[in-house]
Ligand binder design. Structure first.
Ligand code: TRP
Length: 449
């Protein structure tokens, strides 16, 4: 068997994994979920889940990857022949995410262009609504984004993108930091900061916890085989526990700052009305242009900001597509070009359906959700927790936690060892199951608490 490449340098692995993790999940999805699910309480629940479930699952996946040296499709089968299907289920999740991820990528592409061409107009209340409900325009931008993603994967220029991301990702961190500092020092932001940072336990519900759990997995690319793949490229000298912590801190910091930038701005520019907070996927696109319009040099800063978000989205969409394509190559021995085109065409069709869901098909809803929201719900609130739970069960009862612990301990002590065993065996699977079931029942309106 060909020897797997390993990452060069200490920081290489952390940067690559964090680069894949940081994307629209942090910048677009986290702020709108936090706004919708009560602000501070969502943030609070998210942080608790990140240091518990997020931590153990990421350690587990990286360790499985490094231990087996296999792709997620094969890794579960190698651990236990009976449980190989969990790997298949995990690699199926990116298939669900890919179409609408690229559609949002298209929105970002459009806004990067619009910031340059017609910055003032983007600040109008009706601008976003008019854009997404149009029939052709959003599909064209979606196509552009999808095409770039496809070309990168076909021509295998990921290496170049990775190099570029070492410059652009830190720049994204800096601009997000600067923008959130600008927003929180504005006079009208107090109420928004309070809403975002002070947990209000009265708005805690199973729905909130399920949303936070799904977001955690989505944002850190967990429960979809991605971290197993990264782990399989990790050298045996690296410390898994420490790397995990660094990736988590980086990913959470960007999400936190994105919230700090967007939520107070919603309060300032929309007078804090509940409707604006609950606006969902459109939140970032409606709110930020107003901020840019009101600030000095907003046009340039706005264009730069959306360009960096676009880049972050592209690095993620490329690795989502790459994950699906390598799954197809492994399973069906397909050629890279054929597999890539096939997945892209599938993505195009489903993405168009999602896009039309905001326009001519907006009357069509599934359990009260738009088509995009529904795809997002199925993948993140159902599949991700499910795969996360199954991973814990396989580790806890089939291969046993010691197998993971010994992999982590190859170089240095595993500080959270006892916590890990209890979590992966009992606490995590039972709680994930409870959150999953009650969250779904609540979303369907069956359970009301
Ligand atoms: N974690 C990415 C984000 O926050 C999104 C994502 C989901 C992803 N699945 C992935 C990225 C697979 C890379 C590979 O935007």
């Amino acid at each position: 068997m060909e020897k797997r490449n390993t990452f060069s340098g200490k920081i290489g692995f952390v940067l690559a994994a964090a680069g894949s993790a940081v994307g629209l999940g942090n910048l677009w999805r986290f702020p709108y979920l936090a706004a919708k699910y009560g602000g501070g309480i969502f943030l609070f629940v998210y942080l608790i889940l990140a240091v518990t479930f997020g931590f153990i699952l990421m350690v587990t996946e990286i360790a499985i990857g490094r231990k087996t040296q296999l792709s997620p499709l094969a890794a579960f089968g190698a651990l236990s022949s009976k449980w190989g299907w969990v790997g298949k289920l995990a690699t199926f999740v990116p298939v669900l995410i890919f179409p609408y991820y690229c559609l949002i990528g298209g929105w970002v592409t459009k806004y990067t262009y619009a910031m340059i061409a017609e910055e003032q107009a983007t600040a109008a209340d009706s601008y976003f609504g008019a854009y997404v409900s149009a029939t052709t325009e959003p599909i064209i931008w979606f196509f552009v984004f999808l095409l770039i993603t496809t070309l990168v994967v076909i021509f295998g220029v990921n290496k170049g993108i990775e190099k570029l991301s070492k410059i652009l990702m830190p720049l994204l961190l800096i601009i997000t930091l600067a923008l959130s500092a600008y927003i929180v020092t504005r006079p009208g932001s107090k109420a928004g900061i309070r809403y975002y940072l002070m947990p209000d336990f009265a708005s805690l519900s199973f729905k909130t916890v399920l949303a936070a759990l799904g977001q955690l997995f989505y944002s850190m690319s967990l429960a979809m085989g991605i971290m197993i793949t990264y782990g399989s490229y990790l050298s045996k000298e690296e410390k898994i526990e420490k790397s995990t912590r660094q990736i988590e801190v980086f990913d959470t910091a960007i999400a936190f700052l994105a919230g700090l930038m967007i939520i107070p701005a919603v309060f300032e520019f929309s007078g804090g009305d509940k409707e604006a907070l609950g606006s969902g996927p459109s939140l970032m696109f409606v709110t930020l242009p107003k901020v840019f319009n009101a600030m000095p040099a907003g046009k340039i800063i706005g264009a730069l900001f959306f360009f960096l978000v676009l880049f972050a989205a592209l690095t993620s969409s490329v690795s989502i597509l790459e994950a699906i394509v390598s799954g197809l190559i492994d399973t069906f021995k397909m050629k890279r070009g054929t597999a890539t085109v096939l997945v892209s065409v599938y993505g195009l069709v489903l993405g168009i359906i999602c896009s039309l869901g905001f326009g001519i098909w907006s009357d069509f809803t599934i359990i009260g959700m738009s088509i995009l929201d529904f795809m997002d719900f199925i993948s993140n609130s159902i599949f991700l927790p499910l795969v996360g739970m199954l991973t814990c069960i396989v580790v806890g009862f089939v291969i046993k936690p010691d197998a993971i612990i010994s992999e982590v301990e190859l170089n240095g002590p595993f500080k959270m060892k006892h916590f890990y065993t209890a979590m992966v065996k009992w606490i995590a699977p039972i709680l994930i199951f409870a959150i999953l079931v009650s969250g779904i029942l609540q979303s369907l309106g069956i359970l009301k608490i």
